[in-house]
Each structure stands twice: as structure tokens, then as C-alpha cells.
Design a protein around this ligand. Structure first.
Ligand code: PLP
Length: 254
């Protein structure tokens, strides 16, 4: 894939700017920026772009499509010195693709049905692996979006807790696309409250998964500062890091 880049486009500079914005959002709320993990969303971008981001010290990458993700994993594994990448599956996951991910992802963010969780359990048991997951919540109850209705989340979390090869670590959401991130603030607050409820009911497996607090995966290019202000521990940023994609208006169409 050939990319057309404006002369002043630089993934390195983009990352510097995103980090500065994370730091400023943290400062507004007295948060430690180390509590916020930047996941660079590299879907539809070439592996060379991932290398550039890695050179800036980014180690967490998010992908939406299983085939593209595993192709990039293999490209990395084939390097003389593979990059130290933690891969995050953030896109809708079909049950028949689950087997390709077991033992290979840091976290699956997009568990959106009980049946998908059961499939992950089945494949993980076969390989004697445990899999860290988040439940995806359709926080604004948008018709077009995947995810559990917020009211279903506690029961789904209980069901997932009965699955011995799954470690539920928190919640993920994609808030509505908007030009005004302020309008998503209430949704981010609701997700945090919901995760707090699960933690209180001991439905999250945090310490054994290496997390200090419930994982809140929320905030994208359009609204990540608001999400950080409201407690995001992982933000998933694509466009602000890698530039526009071919799935967006203004993509290069290659
Ligand atoms: C594409 C995508 C992102 C990144 O979106 P940007 O607006 O480019 O930052 C984050 N999360 C999910 C689930 C995505 O599909």
C-alpha cells in the first residue's frame, strides 16, 4: 500500500502531540499520565507505520480485522529483532476467527455477546491459555453499534466470570462520533460507574491480570481528552497518530 503524505506529516510528531494532549488532560484532573495507555490504532495502515510508532516508544497497537492483525503479527515475528508489541483486538470479532487470536493478544476489547465469550473460553481451554478481555458496551444505545446494552452488563459479567479461561478486566466503549467531545462526557462517566459497580461486586480479575484498577478503554481521536478527564485507562487513537485511513472521507483511495 502506497501512502501519499503531506510534506509536513510525521507519525513521530503526531505521537508527540497526542502525548502532550494526554498529559494536559491528566493535569486538569490531577491524574498521573502513566495511568493512561496509548493504543495506536493501526488498522488499514502498513506495518512500516507501526515501526515508526515503535521507534517513538509506542508498544500498544490496536487492530480491527483478524486477518490483518495476524498478518502484521507474522510480519513482526519474521523480523531479525521482533518489536516488543502488545496487540489489542478492538474490532468486532466473529466466533469462527477466535481460534486465531488465542495466546496472541494482550487484550480483546470487543467482547460483545455471551456467545463470543463462550467461544473464547472453548478455544482457550483447548490451548490451556487464559485470555484477558473487556466487555464492549453500547453506552449510547446506538442502533448501528455493537456491544452490550448498559443494563445487560452486570449479568454478562457474572456469566463471563464463570468461564475459567477468561479474565474480565473492565469495559470498552466507542462513544458516538461527534464534533463536540463534550457531548460524550456523560457516556464516559457512565462507563466508569458501570466498571466501578463490577469491581465492587468482585467481577473483575485485575491483580492477576497485571492491572491496578478497572480497565476503561474509551476515547478516540475525536474525544480522547474528554475520556482521559473522565478516567480512561486506555485510549484508542488512530487518525491523530497515523493520519486519515482509506475508510474515511479524504482517504487516499489506494
Ligand atoms: C478505528 C477505531 C478507533 C480509532 O479511531 P480514530 O477516530 O481514528 O482515532 C478506535 N476504536 C475502534 C473500535 C476503532 O474501530
Amino acid at each position: 500500500m502506497q501512502e501519499e503524505r503531506a510534506p509536513d506529516f510525521s507519525i513521530g510528531d503526531n505521537i508527540t502531540r497526542v502525548r502532550e494532549r494526554i498529559r494536559a488532560a491528566c493535569e486538569r484532573r490531577g491524574r498521573d499520565p502513566a495511568e493512561v495507555t496509548l493504543i495506536a490504532v493501526s488498522k488499514l495502515k502498513p506495518f512500516d507505520d507501526i515501526r515508526e510508532a515503535c521507534a517513538m516508544g509506542v508498544t500498544h497497537f490496536g487492530e480491527n480485522y483478524v486477518q490483518e492483525l495476524t498478518r502484521k503479527m507474522e510480519e513482526n515475528a519474521g523480523l531479525a529483532a521482533p518489536l516488543p508489541i502488545a496487540w489489542h483486538m478492538i474490532g468486532h470479532l466473529q466466533k469462527n476467527k477466535v481460534k486465531y487470536l488465542i495466546g496472541r493478544t494482550a487484550l480483546i476489547h470487543s467482547v460483545d455477546t455471551a456467545a463470543l465469550a463462550e467461544q473464547i473460553e472453548k478455544e482457550a481451554a483447548k490451548k490451556n491459555e487464559t485470555v484477558r478481555i473487556l466487555l464492549e458496551v453500547n453506552i449510547a444505545r446506538e442502533e448501528s453499534k455493537w456491544g452490550f446494552d448498559p443494563a445487560e452488563v452486570p449479568r454478562a459479567a457474572e456469566a463471563v466470570n464463570a468461564l475459567p479461561h477468561i479474565r474480565l478486566c473492565g469495559l470498552m466503549t466507542s462513544a458516538p462520533l461527534t464534533d463536540n467531545p463534550e457531548s460524550n462526557r456523560g457516556y464516559f462517566r457512565s462507563l466508569k460507574e458501570l466498571a466501578g459497580e463490577l469491581a465492587e461486586r468482585k467481577l473483575l480479575r485485575l491483580r492477576e491480570s497485571g492491572f491496578q484498577s478497572p480497565v476503561l478503554s474509551m476515547g478516540m481521536t475525536g474525544d480522547f481528552e474528554t475520556a482521559v478527564e473522565e478516567g480512561a485507562t486506555m485510549i484508542r487513537v488512530g487518525t491523530a497518530v497515523f493520519g486519515k485511513r482509506d475508510d474515511q472521507n479524504g482517504g487516499t483511495g489506494t
